[in-house]
Design a protein. Sequence first.
Length: 188
Amino acid sequence: MDAIVPAFLAALLAEFGDKTQLLTVLLAARFGRPGLVLAGVAGAAIVNSLIAAVGGAMLIGVIPFRALNLLLALALIFAGGGALLPQKQPHVGIYDRLGVFGASLLAFFILELGDKTQFLTFAFAARSPTPLLAGVGAAAGIIAASLPAVALGAALPNVVPLRRIRIGVGLLLLIVGIVVALSALRLW
């Protein structure tokens, strides 16, 4: 349980207002089939999170725990800084031939690959005795952040203050990252 909840919360926060959530909004608005869009997004989120969890598991026992805490601090600071940057609207037109599910799966997979949430998942998995749970938690967080995007579609930016949320999340992740870094360096 020590991996699933923090990974869930970190992924949920990191995804809110992120380009992947904006992609989900665009897909839901473009195709008008929220169930299939969510299924494609969920499939991509699960695969990307499991890739990160397996990668993190490879570091267990190889790198000292303090170094893994520094890795987590770096991931949190990176995610916080990324949340403070303006998000570009992704393009979905090139995936039209794949259908709703295929377009959602492939577009989300590519956009999420190497993203800050995958880095966070990797870091949480690397310092957990059960790295697979970090992947499960992160995938659930990504899916939870995608729910309002598919439910509201193009209305999401009008209903939810995404920019303010991103700034708040960014500052929170930066603060937590700094605290984790200071703790790992035994300065706190």
